[in-house]
Ligand binder design. Structure first.
Ligand SMILES: *Cc1c(COP(=O)(O)O)cnc(C)c1O
Length: 403
C-alpha cells in the first residue's frame, strides 16, 4: 500500500520557509561566491542557460567547433552544445561508472575540440587530473558540469572552480533552488569578464517567464514537504509509468530551444535567505548518506558509487548499480511506484535517446549504455524513513541474488 500522504521526493532538495519570502538584499551571488571562495559568480536562468553562456563565450574565443561531453549525462547538456551551433561529441564512461573513460577521451579529442565537459554526477566528485591533462594536451578548455554537485569538494577545493569554467544548477530537485537557475563560475577575471559580456549580449529580461518562475517557486514552497510530494510528484510519475513513458517519468524529455532570460531580484532574495540553511542541509544529508551507504554496501552484488578519500561530495541521492539490467528492472518493477524514493536517473546514454540519435550517428558508448541499464537511484531526502529504506534494501538484496 502506497502511503500517498507521505511520499519522499526523488532527490533531497532544500525546502523553503515562509520567511524566505520576506524582503532582504538579493545577495545570492555574494553568498555563493563567498561560500566557494571566488570573487564573484554569475546567475543565469538555468544550469543549461549557464552552459550556453559558457560555450558561446568560448566559441567567440576560438575557431574550434566540437565539444566533448559525457556519454551518460543530462540530455540538456547535448542540447546546449547544439543550440550554440557547436558539435557535441560523446566520450564513453569508464566501466561501472559515469566518469569519462580516459582512452575514449584521448580518442575523441582533436584539434577541433573547443571544450571537454566532465560531469560531477549526483553530488559525486569526478576525478579531473587526467581528464584535464588530456584536454590541455589538445588545447581544449575544461568546463565542469557541477549541476548536481554544488557544495562538493575535491581536496578541499569546491568542484566547479577546478576547470576554466564551472556551473551549478539551482533547478528544482538539485539542492539549493530558486525553481530554475544556474550559477557560472570562473577563476580567471578575464574569463569572468567575457562571460558577463556574453550574458549582456544574449540574455534579456522576460517579465512573463519570470512571473511563471515566481509562481512555480511558490508552488515548490507549498508542495515540497512530506505531505505535498504525492500530489506534485507521485501522481504524475505513476501516470507516466502506467503508460510506459519512462523518459517523461524522469523528466528527460528535453527539447530545443534552451530559453535564456534574466533572473529577477525577488527570486535571488529567496535564494539568499534559503542559502543560510544550506550548510546544515549538506551536513544532515551527508550523515544520513553515510549510514545508508554502509547498509547498502553489505548487500552482495550491489554497488554504491561513492567518493575517493580526498573528495567530499554532497548527497542529493544515492547512485546504486545492480549486477544486471534484469535485476535492476525487477527491483524497479516492485519499488518505483511505491513511493519509497527509488527510481531512475537519466533513462539512456545520450546516443541512445531517439531525439538525440541524429547528433551521435556512429557513436559507440557501450559502458555508458551498460551503466544506464544497471543504475537505479535512492533518494537521500531526510524525509525518507528508515523503515522505508530498509524495505528497499530487502528488495535490492532479493533481486541482486537472483541476478
Ligand atoms: C540538471 C542538469 C543540468 C542542467 O541544469 P538545469 O538547471 O536543469 O538547466 C546539466 N547537467 C546535469 C548533470 C544536470 O543534472
Amino acid at each position: 500500500m502506497i502511503d500517498r500522504l507521505r511520499e519522499p521526493p526523488p532527490t533531497a532538495g532544500l525546502a523553503l520557509s515562509w520567511r524566505d519570502f520576506l524582503p532582504g538584499p538579493p545577495s545570492l551571488e555574494r553568498k555563493i561566491a563567498d561560500f566557494i571562495g571566488v570573487p564573484e559568480v554569475q546567475i543565469e536562468c538555468s544550469g543549461t542557460a549557464a552552459l550556453v553562456v559558457a560555450l558561446l563565450t568560448l566559441k567567440n574565443m576560438s575557431r574550434r567547433r566540437s565539444v566533448v561531453i559525457s556519454a551518460y549525462t543530462c540530455p540538456w547538456v547535448a542540447l546546449a552544445v547544439v543550440q550554440c551551433g557547436l558539435t557535441p561529441v560523446v566520450c564513453d564512461s569508464r566501466k561501472n561508472h559515469f566518469e569519462l573513460c580516459l582512452e575514449s577521451l584521448a580518442a575523441v579529442c582533436t584539434n577541433d575540440t573547443l571544450a571537454v565537459i566532465p560531469t560531477h554526477l549526483a553530488g559525486r566528485v569526478a576525478q579531473l587530473d587526467a581528464v584535464t591533462s588530456i584536454a590541455r594536451s589538445v588545447g581544449a578548455y575544461l568546463v565542469e558540469d557541477a549541476a548536481q554537485s554544488f557544495g562538493a569538494l575535491h581536496a578541499a577545493h569546491p568542484v566547479g572552480t577546478l576547470g576554466d569554467i564551472g556551473f551549478y544548477s539551482l533547478g528544482v530537485g538539485k539542492g539549493l533552488t530558486i525553481y530554475a537557475g544556474g550559477v557560472l563560475v570562473a577563476r580567471d577575471e578575464k574569463m569572468r569578464e567575457s562571460l558577463r559580456r556574453t550574458s549582456a549580449q544574449f540574455v534579456r529580461a522576460s517579465f512573463a517567464r519570470e512571473v511563471k518562475r515566481i509562481v512555480e517557486l511558490v508552488g515548490y514552497y507549498l508542495l515540497y514537504r512530506p505531505f505535498g510530494m504525492g500530489l506534485a510528484f507521485g501522481i504524475p510519475l505513476r501516470r507516466h509509468l502506467t503508460k510506459g513513458r519512462l523518459i517523461e517519468a524522469v523528466g528527460d524529455d528535453c527539447a530545443l530551444p534552451v530559453t535564456l532570460h534574466r533572473v529577477g531580484t525577488w527570486r535571488r532574495t529567496v535564494g539568499a535567505h534559503a542559502f543560510t540553511r544550506f550548510p546544515d542541509y549538506v551536513l544532515s544529508t551527508r550523515m544520513q548518506a553515510e549510514g545508508r551507504i554502509a547498509r547498502l554496501g553489505t548487500i552482495p552484488g550491489v554497488t554504491v558509487i561513492t567518493d575517493t578519500p580526498e573528495n567530499q561530495g554532497v548527497w542529493p541521492f544515492l547512485l546504486v548499480l545492480m549486477p544486471s539490467q534484469k535485476s535492476r528492472d525487477a527491483a524497479l518493477a516492485s519499488l518505483w511506484r511505491q513511493g519509497l524514493g527509488v527510481g531512475r536517473l537519466f533513462i539512456h546514454a545520450l546516443a541512445d535517446y531517439q531525439y538525440l540519435a541524429g547528433y551521435f550517428a556512429g557513436a559507440h558508448t557501450p559502458n555508458a549504455t551498460d551503466f544506464a541499464e544497471r543504475l537505479l537511484i535512492v533518494t537521500n531526502t531526510v524525509w525518507l524513513r528508515e523503515k522505508d529504506f530498509i524495505k528497499t534494501c530487502a528488495v535490492l538484496a532479493e533481486q541482486a541474488s537472483n541476478a
